[in-house]
Design a protein. Sequence first.
Lengths: 107, 128
Amino acid sequence: DIQMTQSPSSLSASVGDRVTITCRASLDISGSLAWYQQKPGKAPKLLVFPASALDTGVPSRFSGSGSGTDYNLTISSLQPEDVATYYCQHYYRIFRTFGQGTKVEIK
Amino acid sequence: QLQLQESGPGLVKPSETLSLTCTVSGGSISTSSYFWGWVRQSPGKGLEWIASLYYSGGTYYNPSLKSRVTTSVDTSKNQFSLRLTSVTAADTAMYYCAREGYCANGVCNPAGYGMDVWGQGITVTVSS
């Protein structure tokens, strides 16, 4: 199976900061990557797929990038409502796997 | 607007079978462009894909759970279901159902295209 490793596992930043979360796959997944946002007590919400395309209604401060094995989710200006845990997920092979998550908090 | 809602018992005894149903409203489950999937999240942990199923019967399972999982679709009720046998405390989790992209721009991917609509989740505890 493909391992998805996210870093950092958690971060704390100020409102307005630029925040970047990294997801590394154990092999080249050719851009077959989705990003999700999960707020406390809520179901995950699809933000980005494939790799760099925002899902409908996602604020433009979110962006995805990357290729091969390395991918980033960037929040250009962190807002209080962005407090959540973010997960990457590959869909390169049938056995889909998620990263372990990155918890984003406001400093 | 498409909505998914999980239902089933919140408490299951060890060694018994967990059975959950997801009811789809605001759209048809019999669509060629989507899978219908199950994902779980153990307390304080990350997300684990369980299975993805197609309305006409094709199914993909997480290899680590495959021997204990079965899924089904009832198109007449616009529902799909999950059964997990021989449960242990390790199966205690929030269980989500979700819609997952299958075909996009004429290209169909058995690994899907990400899960774009989720149910609110149902907490299942395995305990005697």
